[in-house]
Structure formats: structure tokens, C-alpha cells
Design a protein around this ligand. Sequence first.
Ligand code: GTQ
Length: 334
Amino acid sequence: EPTPRSVPVIWKYREMRPLVLRAAELVSPEEAARRVVALINPGNRDTSACVGNLYTGIQIMLPGEAATAHRHASSALRFIMEGEGAYTVVDGEKMTLHARDLVLTPNGTWHDHGNEGTSGPTIWQDGLDIPLVNVLEANYFELYADGRQTPSRPVDASYAEYGGTALLPATERWTKPYSPLLKYPWEPTYEALQRLAQRSAGSPYDGILMEYVNPRTGGPIMATMGASIQLLRPGEHTRAHRHIGNIVYQCAKGRGYSIIGGQRFDWEEKDIFVVPTWYWHEHANLSDTEDAVLFSFNDLPTMKALALYREEAYVDNGGYQPVEARELAGVGAV
Ligand code: GTQ
């Protein structure tokens, strides 16, 4: 059986936030290029990974600060934790960042970040496949010659073209191996979750689970990493399952706990925790009145592309049974 070196772990936001603010006192974005507090899995300290071959870190951008543009073979995503006024520019498209938005920086795209606000720091979670691409010895890194990008497309252009509706621009020819939609704002995401919760029982293992997809293909947002958002109804406690693939969670709303490999981890907003591959896990919403929402990203597209994906449901007598058909039908959709 898979025996991951990574262990389940939770990083509490109230403990991370002062460290991230301290980082902003110690180094400037000019010195650091990327000023990030990286979360390292205690089971695998010699790799800059939070779980499996996934990397995560907390990046902070103070008002008036900006970091230069670069690109690399690694893919990146960001889930915004707090603050107003920051932006990221991806291949000439400037996107405004707001709490709980998901923004993509697919592999090979130029990206730089800044904060034009006046009200305080913007803090976000970065998710990258750096350890995977490094272990495959396929990475490169290139600095942008002109420092920062001059936007060549209107602000939030991909969201105007691809987001918010089930309509796609008919004339567009998109051939790149990642989603043409780069920003998935929070409000419509939460509305979609609530709408689905009204008409669906959801998954016994995940509650109301929705995947952020490439609107062109219906497949995952990027070739190596996927992302999901899930809602647990008041009082909901899911059944346990395990699968191949590592998951990095951030609590977007509410409070609850997850039992991972028999250990309980209590979470509240902005806490980050990981489920290593093949660990049994279940989730519970601790509120009887409010829903709880978990954002997550994962390496499932990698596992599925390599035909390694498997899933098992925990059975009450301590045994297990394979989960068939419906989930496995996803294989090949990458
Ligand atoms: O924002 O470009 O946390 O390149 C690590 C590597 C962030 C970024 C990280 C990166 C970035």
C-alpha cells in the first residue's frame, strides 16, 4: 500500500499571521522576489512541500509594494485570505484580488504581484507543483526582462469572457493546456454551492463538492493540479474514504474538524491542513446553524493522467470497499 512520508498537519492562521507580518518587516519584495512563508510537512523536511509533491505558502503584499515578473514550468494558484487592493498580472492580464477568490498562474505564464491599496496588507495562500516538477527535472525559471509587466489586456478580461455564465466565446480558439479562465471570484462560487445544496444530497464523503474547471473542457484547471470547493451543511459529518492523491485544504468559511488517519484536526477560517495520499479522512461541520466551506487544491490530475487513481470507502466494521464507476469515470477526462 502507499506509505506516504507526509503526515496530516494543520497550520492555524492565528499562529501563521504574525509570522507573515514579521516577514514583511524583515524583507522587501525587491530583496525576496517572492516573500512567502512556506509550510513544510514535518514528515518530509528535506523537501519544500506541504504534502506529497505539493507546495504551499503564505504570501503578503503591503500597500505600495510590488514584486517583479517571472515565469517557470511550475503551475501556481492563489486563494486570497484577506485584504483589498492587491492585484496579480498573468500574461498581460491584470486581475484584482479579493478575499476567497481563486486565481490561476498556469505553467509558463509571466506573473507579477502588487498592492495598490491603502488599507493594509493583502495575504494569500499560494499553491504550486514545484516539488513535482523538480522531481521530474522539468523545471525552468526565467526572469522578465522589463521588471514588471505592462498589462496588454483589460483588467479581469478572462472573467469577462469566460466567467459567470455557461456561455463561451464561440470564436475563441484556445489551445493551451490549462483553463483560459484565470479568476474564479468568491461570490458566484458560493452562490453555486448554495444552489446545488438546495437540490442535491451531495457526496456522502465530501458533502456538496464542486470542482473549479476549465470551461472549455470541463476538466481540471491545470494539467498537474485541480481545485475544489465544498460545503458542509449545518451539523453534517461525512463518511470516511481514502484515495490516491494529496489534498491541501483552506477553510473558507465556518468551523469544524476533520479526522485524518484517526487524528482530529479542528479548523476555522483561513486555517490550512493537508490530507496525504491514501489517508482515511472525514469532515464535520461543528455548527448547527451555519454552513462550513472548504477550499482545496490537489494533485489528482497528475494521478489520474498517470492512471494511478484509486478510491476506497471506509466500512463500519473497520474494513473497506472500492468505490466504483462514478468517481472512476473521471479518469481520462484530464
Ligand atoms: O507568486 O510567483 O509561493 O514563483 C513560490 C514560488 C509564489 C509566485 C511562491 C513562486 C510564487
